[in-house]
Design a protein around this ligand. Structure first.
Ligand code: SF4
Length: 370
């Protein structure tokens, strides 16, 4: 499998926890930026013309904040420069505060068939504290417009003053309005963001509290029919994100736009985070890559195991053997023995038991060799 990612780095305002490449004060540059993305696609298309891609993911930032015609042209550019499989999964991230019926209509008409909606929480006071631009009411309007489509909802835990009841309501609202998929993430207070001050002041829940919230959320999601297939991702039957599954299976992907990462032919590379630099590079027909790393075979094995262990299905040992010519059981005998009571080993898969998935890093570290 292979995927295409496009980063649209504009938002209406910066959320208090955000450290993504997003530039609320530069939204006036959206048209020029998108023109650069189309050009970057044309440049890459020449070298990757032979590959077939299964997914296109338009993320950000807030892709739904820009003129939807730019998104239509983006999908057209992707189809023009790359071989996108029939039935490809095409996802767009949308913010409930930026959506209208006509935008959603246009997205659907150009072939977008999956939506990822940032709810974060159903509690308006918590939304305001996060600096989100939308309310619960706007989420409900947005979800009604998406009725019958394949859409995912993002929910956060670990928020200041967040109760179990808040988490329960957020999940219930997502389920009630027909989400086929839920991503549940713990807030990470990144240094340099306003919310980091809350963290330093001891205002955020500690690790044990967040772990309890996570377990509570997992149970609630299961009750409502969402099965966990990755540590933070839950879905109704057959509604896994194919784009993200490709990441966890160490598939190839090509990224476009500022800060976008790629993984092609065992090389990982990342575009600049600097918007001006991105413009300068693309306008002068140069790629905007600032970091490039060839992944050695031992590193490839580490990556494969680390990523697969995040998923409920775990490591497919036959696939490991096919890719690397090594027996998984022999190669990782001591790590398997050490963690025997925390692993499920059956049907050719080695997976972390569900109750240990949230603390997977303590287990995965035993499997890393480089
Ligand atoms: S909407 Fe997303 S990308 Fe934009 S500021 Fe908020 S968290 Fe960051």
């Amino acid at each position: 499998m292979a995927g295409i990612y496009v980063h649209v780095p504009f938002c209406r305002q910066k959320c208090r926890y955000c450290d993504f490449a997003s530039f609320p004060d530069k939204i006036g540059l959206a048209e020029s930026y998108m023109a650069c993305v189309y050009r970057e696609m044309a440049m890459r298309g020449e070298e990757l013309g032979g590959k077939t891609f299964d997914t296109l993911y338009i993320g950000g930032g807030t892709p739904s904040v820009v003129d939807p015609q730019y998104i239509a042209m983006l999908v057209a550019a992707a189809k023009k420069h790359f071989r996108l499989k029939d039935g490809a999964e095409i996802t767009i991230e949308i913010n409930p505060g930026t959506i209208s019926a006509s935008k959603i209509d246009l997205y659907k008409r150009v072939g977008i068939n999956r939506f990822s909606v940032g709810l974060q929480t159903a509690n308006d006071a918590l939304l305001a504290d996060l600096g989100r631009i939308h309310t619960l009411r706007e989420f409900i309007t947005c979800a009604k417009l998406l009725k019958g489509t394949n859409f995912s909802v993002d929910i956060m835990i670990g928020l200041k003053g967040q109760s179990f009841e808040d988490i329960s309501q957020s999940i219930e609202v997502a389920a009630l309005y027909g989400a086929s998929h839920v991503s549940m993430y713990a807030l990470t207070p990144e240094d340099g963001t306003p919310i980091y001050t809350d963290y330093l002041n001891g205002e955020l829940p500690d690790g044990d509290e967040v772990a309890a919230q996570y377990d509570f959320g997992v149970r609630k999601l299961a009750e409502l029919g969402y099965a966990r297939y990755e540590v933070s991702n839950f879905c109704k039957k057959g509604r896994e994100s194919r784009h993200n599954l490709n990441y966890w299976r160490r598939g190839e992907y090509i990224g476009f736009g500022v800060s976008a990462s790629s993984h092609i032919n065992n090389v990982r590379f990342t575009n600049t985070f600097d918007l001006d630099e991105y413009f300068k590079c693309i306008i002068s027909n140069r790629f905007a890559v600032v970091d490039r790393q060839e992944i050695t075979p031992p590193e490839q094995r580490d990556e494969f195991v680390m990523l697969a262990m995040r998923t409920a299905e775990g490591v497919d040992t036959a696939e490991f053997e096919r890719l690397f010519g090594l027996s998984f059981a022999a190669e990782y005998a001591s790590a398997i023995e050490k963690n025997a009571d925390r692993l499920d080993i059956c049907d050719g898969h080695v997976a972390i038991k569900p109750q240990y998935l949230f603390v997977q890093n303590h287990i995965i570290v035993d499997f890393l060799k480089n």
